[in-house]
Design a protein. Structure first.
Length: 301
C-alpha cells in the first residue's frame, strides 16, 4: 500500500465584490481618462509651502524678544535712518543755497520768490529732520533693548550695564556722547560670540559711527551757542555751521543704519529675505517613524 501524497493547493486572493468599480468592458479598462478627478478637494497630503515661520501658524504666539522681532524692528529703524539721512542732506543743500544767496545779496537785491523758496526749504527740512530724529531715536532705543536681551539669551551672558543704566546713558546730555559707543561695542562683542572675559574691541564701522556721533553732538551745541550772536558775519557763518551740522547728521544716520544692519546680520546670519527656498537638512534627536506592518487592501506598493 503506497502512502498518500500531499495535496497541492494554490491560493488566489481576490478583492471582495464591490471593493472596486468594475469596468463595463475591456476597452474602458485600457483607455486613459487623464489625471485623477476628485469631486471635492482631497483632505490628505502636505500643504504647498516650502517653509512657514512659527508666527504663520494660527494659534502660535511669538516671544516678545526674539531674533525675528529684532530683525523686523531693525529693518524699520533702518528705513527711518535712511530717510533721516536724505532729509539731513536736503537741509545741508538748502543751507548752502542760503549762504550763496547771502553772498549774492552784497551786490544787489534778490528776488522775493527766490528768498521765499529758500526759507521754505530750510524751514521744511529742519521740521522734518527734527521729527525724523525723534522717531529714529525711539526706534533705536527699542531696537537696542531688544537686541541686548536676545544677544544675552544666545551667548549665555548679559551686558555689563542694566537696561535702566543704558537708557540713562543714552538720553542724558553729555553722557550720551560716550555711553552709546560702549553699549553698541558690548552688543557687537556679544553677537560676534566672543568670550565674556575678553575686552570689547569695536569694529572700524562702529568707530566711524562713534566719531561722527560725538562730532554731531558737539556741532549741535556750538550751533546753539552761535545763534546768540547777532552780527552780520556771525549770521553768515551760522548758515555754514548749520550746513556742516546737517552733513554730519546725514553721516550719523547712514552709519547708524549700517551698524544696525551689521549687528542684526550677526544675530541672524541668514537673512530670511534673501532665501527663496528653505529645506530641512538634518533632524536631530527625532524618534523613529512607526513602520506599517500590514499593507491595506488596495494601497500602492
Amino acid at each position: 500500500m503506497q502512502p498518500l501524497q500531499p495535496m497541492r493547493v494554490d491560493w488566489v486572493a481576490t478583492p471582495p465584490p464591490g471593493a472596486y468599480p468594475q469596468p463595463q468592458n475591456r476597452s474602458q479598462r485600457l483607455s486613459y481618462g487623464g489625471p485623477p478627478n476628485y469631486p471635492v478637494p482631497p483632505r490628505w497630503g502636505f500643504p504647498l509651502l516650502a517653509w512657514r515661520w512659527p508666527t504663520a501658524v494660527p494659534g502660535t504666539v511669538e516671544q516678545a524678544d526674539s531674533v525675528d522681532g529684532v530683525r523686523r524692528l531693525g529693518r524699520t529703524a533702518q528705513n527711518s535712518l535712511w530717510l533721516l539721512g536724505f532729509v539731513a542732506l536736503w537741509g545741508a543743500c538748502s543751507e548752502i543755497w542760503r549762504y550763496v544767496l547771502v553772498a549774492m545779496s552784497r551786490y544787489g537785491a534778490l528776488s522775493p520768490g527766490v528768498v521765499t523758496t529758500s526759507d521754505a526749504l530750510v524751514v521744511s527740512s529742519s521740521a522734518i529732520a527734527i521729527t525724523g530724529c525723534a522717531l529714529s531715536l525711539i526706534l533705536m532705543l527699542l531696537w537696542v533693548r531688544r537686541a541686548r536681551n536676545v544677544a544675552a539669551s544666545l551667548v549665555g551672558y548679559g551686558p555689563s550695564r542694566s537696561d535702566r543704566a543704558a537708557l540713562i546713558g543714552l538720553v542724558v546730555p553729555g553722557v550720551n556722547l560716550v555711553v552709546p559707543g560702549s553699549v553698541l561695542a558690548e552688543l557687537e562683542h556679544a553677537v560676534a560670540r566672543r568670550p565674556a572675559d575678553e575686552r570689547p574691541r569695536p569694529s572700524k564701522l562702529l568707530r566711524w559711527w562713534w566719531g561722527l556721533w560725538v562730532g554731531s553732538g558737539l556741532l549741535f551745541v556750538i550751533a546753539v551757542l552761535w545763534s546768540f550772536r547777532d552780527s552780520t558775519q556771525a549770521l553768515a557763518d551760522g548758515v555754514l555751521l548749520h550746513a556742516l551740522a546737517d552733513l554730519v547728521l546725514a553721516g550719523v544716520a547712514v552709519t547708524t543704519a549700517l551698524v544696525v544692519r551689521r549687528i542684526t546680520t550677526l544675530l541672524l546670519p541668514v537673512d530670511a529675505a534673501s532665501v527663496r527656498l528653505m529645506r530641512v537638512v538634518e533632524v536631530k534627536d527625532a524618534p523613529e517613524p512607526p513602520l506599517r506592518s500590514v499593507r491595506a487592501s488596495g494601497s500602492p506598493r
